[in-house]
Write a protein that binds this ligand. Structure first.
Ligand code: ADP
Ligand code: ADP
Ligand code: MG
Length: 485
């Protein structure tokens, strides 16, 4: 949906591909043309490179945008697209290859003078080496999959007692998820911030960074809330990290939009984590903070046009926040939920953007990531953005599947989050899950009350009630929500 929108604004026709399971999906309806592809599972279809290229040729397409899942970080796809005489809207195979493997990327970054998280730059070959190296680095350590992504294949290890078992577990998980069981070690950074820098480069060696995104609010090492600017960066650190991110991009001859991820420790030391060689899920945060449409820039770059702005033209005018709306049960350890969307109402208004993949009637299945949509708000400062986000979340209604919206509202109200005192441990350690238990109890109470007395509440002290005196539905819902929190 995001890519088609940008194309349409530029008068470029779009061709969607879809597996049968998605035949009613909004993106299929929205694209100018849609071609069905087949596969034993939806995943198999969307990863089928020859079939996708065949459709591109059959539909007379000129270019392919890989989106941000599936084949978006696949070097073979990038090179096959180019070989077929089509334009790949993203970096070339070599850049993806260099950054796709974390140990190789760590070697490259070290050579380029980019600080990396302390640890190994090669995969671990034996149990003896594992024990020895972990000891040298010092516990706690993090075992990580060289081919890793999506938070998978990662194990924190606190002492040698758990080491071998965790290593075997991480190896198994990595083999399953990526078909590559190479594991390496990083020092486990205590209470870090996840800060990433958006970069963009054209084919004429112009490199620009578009500031940071703070993506520290995570569960299972996966992002939930992102914002820009970060509460911990000042102009000086932003410039420094931006320059290092550009250095990282230059080291792999990067062209197009990409992200350099860092961990920042309590003393504001920053360490290269990885580079995502694609447009990221959370790119709207940067778009709303800077006013630059990243997807349109991606199109222009792919067709050889130079960047239309220089570093000094980039202005960070707004504070932007994104909440990922996951179909997960926040009351039950963020367990993914499935079902049919029976009712949907999206928030709107000044400074509110919804990037969504669903409609009323959509079926949420186990075949894809449980992310339904992204709610992005922006304001002149963080306070305005926070208030706007809370209000927008309260106006967002999704029925038929459980979502994390109640949890997100609670985070917007959380004192530590509001003050900016949070790190990647926020959900696990800072956020009090008892608050959620309380919400759950009261929600059940209210649902029962609504069932017993009818939905519409009226002021108790005024009877008979005239139309005018009725509490508006918005107020009623918000009174309920206030009681909940
Ligand atoms: P971000 O850094 O933007 O949060 P992630 O690394 O979590 O992105 O991945 C974004 C999406 O791409 C997720 O939905 C994830 O499941 C999907 N994804 C990542 N790597 C792969 C891969 N190798 N194959 C298929 N899908 C992938
Ligand atoms: P992925 O490829 O799955 O996105 P990353 O290397 O980007 O993996 O790490 C994802 C998240 O895991 C980080 O944002 C951070 O919260 C946590 N993490 C990764 N490496 C470390 C580390 N060395 N110390 C502490 N936390 C880490
Ligand atoms: Mg990452």
């Amino acid at each position: 949906m995001r890519i088609i929108r940008a194309a349409r604004e530029m008068n470029i026709e779009s061709v969607a591909i879809y597996h049968d399971i998605d035949k009613e999906a909004p993106f299929v309806q929205y694209a100018d043309y849609a071609y069905k592809i087949s596969g034993t599972t939806p995943k198999a279809a969307y990863l089928d490179i020859p079939q996708i290229i065949e459709v591109a040729i059959r539909s007379n397409s000129e270019a392919i945008h890989p989106g941000y899942g599936f084949l978006s970080e696949n070097s073979v796809f990038s090179s096959e697209v180019s070989k077929a005489g089509l334009v790949f809207i993203g970096p070339d195979a070599n850049s993806i290859e260099l950054m796709g493997n974390k140990t190789r990327a760590r070697q490259l970054m070290t050579a380029a003078g980019v600080p990396i998280v302390p640890g190994t730059k090669e995969q671990i070959e034996s149990d003896e080496e594992l024990i020895k190296t972990a000891e040298e680095i010092g516990y706690p350590i993090l075992l990580k999959a060289a081919a890793g992504g999506g938070g998978k294949g990662m194990r924190k290890v606190d002492s040698v007692d758990e080491l071998i078992e965790s290593y075997r577990g991480a190896k198994r998980e990595a083999a399953n998820a990526f078909g590559d069981d190479a594991i390496y070690i990083e020092k486990y950074i205590i209470n870090p911030k996840h800060i990433e820098i958006q970069i963009i480069a054209d084919a004429h060696s112009n490199y620009v960074h578009l500031g940071e995104r703070d993506c520290s609010i995570q569960r299972r090492h996966q992002k939930v809330i992102e914002e820009s600017p970060s509460t911990i960066l000042d102009e000086e650190l932003r410039t420094k990290m931006g320059e290092v991110a550009v250095k990282a991009a230059k080291a792999c001859n990067y062209v197009n939009a990409g992200t350099v991820e860092f961990l920042v420790d309590k003393n504001k030391n920053f360490y290269f984590l990885e580079m995502n060689t694609r447009l990221q899920v959370e790119h709207p945060v940067t778009e709303m903070a800077t006013g630059i449409d990243l997807v349109k820039e991606q199109f222009k770059i792919a067709f050889g046009m130079p960047l239309s702005f220089k570093q000094e033209d980039v202005r960070f005018t707004n504070h932007a926040i994104e909440c990922r709306i996951y179909a997960e049960d926040p009351f039950n350890n963020f367990l993914p939920d499935t079902g049919k969307i029976t009712h949907l109402r999206r928030p709107c208004g000044n400074g509110v953007r919804v990037d969504s993949g669903i409609d009323e009637g959509s079926e949420v299945t186990i075949h894809f990531d449980p992310m339904l949509s992204k709610l992005i708000v922006w304001g002149r400062d963080r306070n305005e953005a926070l208030g706007r986000m809370e209000s927008a979340l309260r106006n967002y209604r999704i029925q038929g599947v459980r979502t994390i919206i109640p949890f997100l509202i609670a985070v917007m109200q959380h004192p530590e989050f509001r003050y900016g005192y949070f790190d990647t441990g926020f959900i696990q350690h800072t956020f009090d899950m008892d608050v959620l238990d309380k919400i759950k109890e009261e929600q059940e109470e209210i649902i029962a009350a609504i069932a017993a007395f009818g939905f519409r509440m009226t002021r108790k002290d005024q009877s008979p009630v005239s139309e005018k005196q009725k509490i508006s539905k918005w107020k009623e819902n918000n009174l309920l929500m206030r009681r909940l929190l």
